[in-house]
Design a protein around this ligand. Sequence first.
Ligand code: B12
Ligand code: SF4
Ligand code: SF4
Length: 253
Amino acid sequence: MKERIRRYILDLGVDDVGFANVEDYHSPKSYAIETFLPGAKTIISLVFQELDTCESPSVTIAMNGRLDMNYFQRSCSYQINRFLKKELQAKVVDMPYASPMELHKDRMALGDFSQRHAAVAAGMGTLGRHNLVIHPRFGTRIGLTALITNLEIEPDEKIEQDLCIHCDLCVRNCPGNALGEAGKTNVGQCVNHSQPYGLRANIGFWQQFADSSPEEQKQMFTDERYWRLQQAHSIGMQYYCFNCMKSCPVGLR
Ligand code: B12
Ligand code: SF4
Ligand code: SF4
């Protein structure tokens, strides 16, 4: 059964797949797996290579490549879910790449489910100095997603070797100095650079709007800042920085 599932997934064009027993998923800050699927037994972790667009000096092109990957990844998740249900009568849920996520005041920038912890548990890589998962063949330039099922599938072995070569290029190339402390990403400093038109900027805009005269408010709508906020909002999350991904030399050929 496991090989049949693996073959189906790889034939879709997914770059790699690993299986983990739900008991081997240890992400203290995310919700218990049972809250997503009662009776869950296995996590299926999917790896998608990030396009070379992430290297583009144009952040628009970099983000466009990310969106291409996201659309493909969503389509694969849907097809795999349908396959497992139709062919193996399984219960399956697809776990979000990033959003949607439950939003609570006491859970700032926390996913309901941690794709990184799932990938590490499923033998898809190890954590690097940049706090991202490094895949043995593709390095850091990967996107992660997962499905959870009630099928019992033999887990893959975890990778024991440290794939990070500790060159510190990610730390030095972070424009926000968000990786200064090992094992911890400074979320505020990262967000300022990677999502300059995200929720924080949106709140700032509307606060200023509320304090402005009617004439100033009119001008605010003709400002590039407002247009960028609108575009970022329509995309969902528009990233302006990919430096920690693109500066990591592991897996580059
Ligand atoms: C919220 C979020 C963010 C937030 C906050 C991140 C954060 N607090 O860690 C912000 C906006 C800052 C962010 C930034 C980025 N993100 Co982000 N993000 C997420 C998201 C949606 C949730 C992450 C989360 O909940 N983290 C909080 C909890 C789980 O973290 P934690 O328990 O505190 O874990 C930390 C520690 O526990 C520690 N740790 C200690 N021991 C261990 C052991 C193991 C096994 C692990 C895994 C971790 C770990 O490392 C962790 C990182 O600080 C995930 C998708 C998902 N649902 O998983 C993507 C995700 C992590 N992001 C991703 C990426 C690529 C980015 C960016 C490069 C932006 C971009 N251009 O795409 C930057 C990189 C920042 C960095 N170097 O850390 C990818 C990572 C791919 C990979 N190769 O690993 C993910 C998995 C999206 C995806 N589906 O592919 N992100
Ligand atoms: S995405 Fe950019 S700002 Fe955020 S940690 Fe990576 S390099 Fe730093
Ligand atoms: S850039 Fe160097 S230090 Fe950073 S994660 Fe990659 S190998 Fe490790």
